[in-house]
Design a protein around this ligand. Structure first.
Ligand SMILES: N[C@@H](CCC(=O)N[C@@H](CS)C(=O)NCC(=O)O)C(=O)O
Length: 183
């Protein structure tokens, strides 16, 4: 695992720079789950250390990383003594611990629910069907053509579904929702 500094993500105003906790994000550049968290950290102006876990080299299976997430998935956020894995949980943790620049609309339960619905569709109903370990399993069992077909089918199904393709863009256009569902 490389411990490198991601300057791009750290140029912000650093709202947590005076706090005692130090944020560390275990991430991989091709991981959409990790990007969700990176966007949120950036938006909230939080400074953090970026630790790359190279999934292509199997670094998610290292003993050091297994201590943090026995499921071997990035992202993992470490905030002092607190360790949170799973992007959805990390977003909600950040929202509660660092409420500045909210990810969710403040008051309206319906708008909050729509945001959570969009985030949940992507993180629970779509992305798990494309994770590296699953695609490797499909390729090993059925070959590379089946792997490609599987990915295309499920990405199209998710993005062409009525909620993400019609309802959500309409709400964005009208300025009704533009928060957590952006990620
Ligand atoms: N539900 C988890 C899923 C995490 C996940 O699937 N991470 C992928 C990268 S986006 C991963 O680490 N894959 C490693 C593997 O499949 O071996 C989240 O949203 O964080």
């Amino acid at each position: 695992m490389d411990a490198d500094t991601n300057n791009d993500d750290q140029i912000d105003i650093g709202i947590n720079s005076s706090s005692s906790s130090k944020l560390v994000l275990y991430s991989y550049w091709q991981s959409s789950c990790s990007w969700r968290v990176r966007f949120a950290l950036k938006l909230k102006g939080l400074i953090y250390e970026y630790k790359a876990v190279d999934l292509s080299k199997g670094e998610q299976f290292s003993p050091e990383f297994e201590e943090l997430n026995p499921l071997h998935f990035v992202p993992v956020l470490v905030d002092g003594d607190v360790v949170v894995s799973d992007s959805y949980a990390i977003l909600l943790y950040l929202e509660e611990k660092y409420p500045q620049r909210a990810l969710l609309p403040a008051a309206d339960p319906q708008q909050r629910a729509l945001n959570l619905q969009a985030a949940s569709i992507i993180s629970s109903s779509m992305q798990p069907l494309h994770m590296l370990s699953l695609l490797k399993y499909i390729e090993d069992k059925f070959g590379p053509d089946e792997r490609l077909l599987w990915v295309q089918t499920h990405i199209e199904k998710g993005f062409l579904g009525k909620f993400l393709s019609l309802t959500l863009p309409r709400l964005f256009e009208r300025g009704h929702i533009a928060f957590m569902s952006n990620y």
